[in-house]
Ligand binder design. Structure first.
Ligand code: SF4
Length: 168
């Protein structure tokens, strides 16, 4: 789970983005591993906000207000190394609207500052590539009781399948 959703002070602006109802639901059913890609690559909190730019073939991660901040290589290395270490997980709940963790609608800017298209955040994309069948959501996709229950069913089914495969 994205660490900021746990209430940890890891966001770029140093603020807390606590989701108590979601966290209560998650804690009832799961053991939680909190992951913050930006902190795990060594960025401080608070830190300058980041954005995605370049092209789909060569996505760059740079400072939103200061393009001389370029963490593309560090994040790429992290995205190669971290997902395989998370092979015990049965779901991932991401923070929306983050260039690292967002699962959709993250703007990719060209050099003129125009939005070329919207994509997944780079770490979310790496997790999805590594575990294509993994149940995922962001906090917005788990707002209602019905959404939570559907997600829970998916995670249970994934867990059962994973256990079966381990026993084969
Ligand atoms: S959205 Fe992701 S990178 Fe940003 S603070 Fe939360 S966990 Fe860290």
């Amino acid at each position: 789970m994205s660490r900021c959703l746990l209430g940890d002070r890891v966001r770029y602006d140093g603020e807390i983005k606590y989701e108590p109802v979601l966290l209560d639901f998650i804690q009832q059913h799961f053991e939680i591993i909190g992951v913050c890609p930006e902190v795990e690559i060594g960025l401080s909190t608070p830190r300058p906000p980041l954005q995605l730019g370049g092209s789909l073939q060569a996505i760059k991660m740079t400072g939103r207000d200061d393009p001389s901040i370029d963490i593309t290589e560090a994040m790429q290395n992290y995205c190669n190394q971290r997902p395989p270490q998370l092979n015990s997980i049965c779901a991932y709940i991401f923070k929306s609207r983050s260039p690292s963790c967002g699962i959709k609608d993250i703007p990719l800017f060209n050099s003129q500052g125009e939005i070329l298209q919207t994509i997944q955040g780079v770490f979310a994309h790496a997790i999805i590539q590594q575990y294509p069948e993994l149940p995922i959501s962001d906090e917005n996709g788990l707002a209602s009781r019905q959404q939570k229950n559907i997600f829970l069913d998916k995670v249970n089914a994934y867990h059962t399948l994973k256990m079966r495969q381990l026993l084969e």
